[in-house]
Design a protein around this ligand. Structure first.
Ligand code: MN3
Length: 171
């Protein structure tokens, strides 16, 4: 998919930003890693104002997902980080260390390379001209019901849920 950044931005803004789509799976589909109670709260009742980031986040996960990436994203990860294991370690450390409420992203730059960035509050890397590829919401509401304040446990479990097909489609 060779969306230019501008087109990509337009696509998301026009199709994703103004409505809150249904979850792409059943509310209990991510159990035992993320409970139906968490998704009920997070998707339906929490801050629908941040629709863009949340729609992207919910699509980054799926049932029967996780494992190792393939295709273009695997190549880009290996080029930037050496291996998937090294990427996982750096992304997890970035997510756990993202102070306060925010998001951790894998983004694609204009030259095709990928990097990890953190944003705070409702920040999105599109505003810096970077294309979102993968994200994790590290606001406490994303994990408090299931993990209490243990963000590292939530981040560790996230790898069981990553929908690499969706992630690849963002490359
Ligand atoms: Mn959230």
């Amino acid at each position: 998919m060779a969306f230019s950044c501008k087109l990509f931005t337009k696509f998301w803004v026009t199709t994703m930003a103004h409505t809150l789509p249904d979850l792409p799976y059943a509310k209990d589909a991510l159990e035992p890693h993320i409970s139906a109670e968490t998704l009920d709260f997070h998707h339906d009742k929490h801050h629908q104002a941040y629709v863009w980031n949340h729609t992207f986040y919910f699509n980054c996960m799926g049932p029967n997902a996780g494992g190792e990436p393939t295709g273009a994203v695997a190549d880009a990860i290996n080029a930037a980080f050496g291996s998937f294991e090294d990427f996982k370690e750096k992304f997890s450390a970035s997510a756990v260390g993202n102070f306060g409420s925010g998001w951790t992203w894998l983004v694609k730059n204009n030259d095709g390379s990928v990097e990890i960035v953190n944003t705070t509050a409702a920040g999105c890397p599109l505003t810096d001209g970077k294309t979102p590829v993968l994200t994790i919401d590290v606001w406490e509401h994303a994990y408090y019901v299931d993990k209490r304040n243990a963000r590292p446990a939530y981040v560790a479990d996230f790898w069981n849920l990553v929908n690499w097909d969706f992630v690849n489609s963002n490359m």
